[in-house]
Design a protein around this ligand. Structure first.
Ligand code: CA
Length: 236
């Protein structure tokens, strides 16, 4: 087994002092801290590689912070912690309405921020803690540790990867339609967003396929959907 994988925190802050302070604080707590300085970089990074938490400065140079929040919520439920220099209540309420989970006003105590961040991350996984392990062939979702075990390797999934993988393992060997998966994992309003699925299927194949370019387990059924098979399966 590999070492327990790390928790990733994505920090979007254009003020270098705050960004470094946050990165150092999270790294001291053994989190992986990724730093970006613009809304565009944040969205780009998050779309291709999800994080366990986003710390978002509302005052980024290229995009309005509330808009960034809304855009994030269009494709992921990652917890969002807002940072703001503006403690006027209306703006904070707007941020929470746009999908943020918590906020802190500058200047903040990095220790308090890290404690609240930990609570947010825990809460985002808590819903899975009660389930027992789920198995499909040699693929096992170890729910209380939130680890995917495949043969002799183990991986820590992002929240969205986890939700998607869980659907496949729960329905081991069954073809699940694109619409079903999009609705289950991303919500009703996203049933047309097939690109999300393609990106995440590619991620899951990296974990479970011996050769991700030639999948034999997580199979695509053109125009219909995908299925996770308990053993190697020839392409349809
Ligand atoms: Ca700023």
């Amino acid at each position: 087994m590999k070492d327990e994988p790390v928790i990733t925190v994505l920090i979007a802050e254009d003020d270098l002092r705050y960004r470094r302070l946050l990165a150092v604080t999270f790294r001291q707590k053994q989190y992986q801290a990724i730093e970006v300085a613009s809304g565009r970089d944040l969205l780009d990074r998050l779309f291709h590689r999800e994080s366990d938490l986003v710390v978002l400065d509302l005052g980024l140079p290229d995009m309005d912070g509330l808009n960034v929040c809304t855009r994030i919520r269009q494709f992921t439920n990652v917890p969002i912690m807002i940072l703001t220099a503006d403690d006027s209540e209306s703006r904070l309420i707007e941020a929470l309405e746009a999908g943020a989970d918590d906020y802190m006003t500058k200047p903040f105590s990095p220790e308090e921020l890290a404690a609240r961040a930990r609570a947010l991350i825990r809460r985002s996984y808590a819903m899975y803690d009660l389930e027992s392990d789920l198995v499909c062939g040699d693929v096992r979702l170890m729910t209380h540790r939130r680890v995917l075990a495949v043969r002799d390797e183990s991986f820590r999934l992002t929240p969205t990867e986890w939700r998607l993988m869980r659907e496949f393992v729960l329905h081991c060997g069954e073809v699940l339609t694109h619409e079903y998966l999009l609705q289950k994992v991303w919500g009703l309003q996203h049933v047309e967003e097939h690109e999300y699925l393609r990106v995440y299927i590619r991620n899951l194949r990296r974990y479970i396929e011996k050769d991700p370019r030639h999948p034999h387990r997580l199979i695509s059924y053109v125009g219909v959907g995908y299925a996770l098979h308990p053993g190697d399966t020839a392409l349809p």
